[in-house]
Design a protein around this ligand. Structure first.
Ligand SMILES: [Zn+2]
Length: 58
């Protein structure tokens, strides 16, 4: 069974808003950049097609 990508995003990034979306260079799916809804700082990037989630650390 496929793990729920959204709940993984919840675990790793927490509350978030979409900052912008690019086409993933690897799989062609949506590569989504997220920002913190409070501070508007970029918090991470994810691609569901690659099952890839990266949190930005400052
Ligand atoms: Zn991808």
């Amino acid at each position: 069974m496929q793990p729920d990508f959204d709940s993984e995003l919840d675990n790793i990034l927490g509350p978030r808003k979409i900052f912008h979306i690019m086409e993933c260079e690897i799989c062609g799916f949506d590569e989504i950049y997220f920002k913190d809804p409070e501070t508007a700082q970029q918090i991470g990037v994810a691609c569901e097609g690659c099952h890839y989630i990266k949190k930005f650390d400052f």
